[in-house]
Design a protein around this ligand. Structure first.
Ligand SMILES: Cc1cc2nc3c(=O)[nH]c(=O)nc-3n(C[C@H](O)[C@H](O)[C@H](O)COP(=O)(O)O)c2cc1C
Length: 169
């Protein structure tokens, strides 16, 4: 298995729209002893408070949500097409009911800070939470586009500093 090298956010050449919207990512949070992972395809990357950040949106009913709430760091792992089935699995089954690592065959790895990610990833963003806030009905300005996505289960938005970027090759 090839190893990761560390790069700066400025060296990432992926198109962020394709990376998040089409490739999808696994958001993984927790400790070496206890962690969970789930698929995301909404969110973004950019600059906030002078730092490179990831914007992540997690509904409160996800098992991953409690890990996001209880841990300072999480990762976003991006894969090539060979892991599409694993991402479909992690986006349709809950870690409350199954062992996603066992079922997908993905190999957990841990950063120096002990943050979980996956060996099979081609790109990993290590994220440190800076700000989180629930979206809410009062703040919707385009009801037609937005309200249909909700049944009183508004995402919580996390703005997180991208503290490390790991890439293969
Ligand atoms: C392609 C795809 C994208 C998804 N994007 C998100 C997302 O951005 N936010 C979210 O809360 N759920 C998203 N989900 C749903 C979760 O991945 C799904 O509910 C998952 O089973 C939650 O697992 P957990 O209960 O183990 O945390 C997505 C699912 C798929 C298939």
């Amino acid at each position: 298995m090839s190893t990761f090298r560390e790069l700066t956010v400025g060296e990432i050449t992926d198109n962020p729209f394709r990376l998040i919207g089409d490739d999808w990512a696994l958001v993984t949070s927790g400790t070496e002893e206890r962690f969970n992972t789930m698929t995301v395809s909404w969110g973004g990357v950019g600059i906030m408070w002078g730092k490179p950040v990831a914007f992540t949106f997690i509904r409160p009913q996800r098992y991953t949500f409690e890990f996001m709430e209880n841990n300072e760091y999480f990762t976003m792992s991006f894969f090539d097409e060979s892991q599409r089935d694993a991402l479909k699995f992690c986006g349709s089954r809950s870690g409350r009911d199954c062992d996603k690592v066992k079922e997908t065959g993905l190999t957990p790895a841990f950063t120096d800070e002990g943050v979980p990610y996956f060996e099979e990833a081609r790109l990993v963003l290590v994220c440190k939470k800076m700000y989180s806030q629930f979206l809410n009905e009062e703040s919707i300005t385009d009801c037609e586009s937005v309200a249909k996505w909700y049944n009183d289960d508004y995402h919580k938005m996390y703005i997180s500093e991208i503290v490390k970027v790991l890439q293969k090759n």
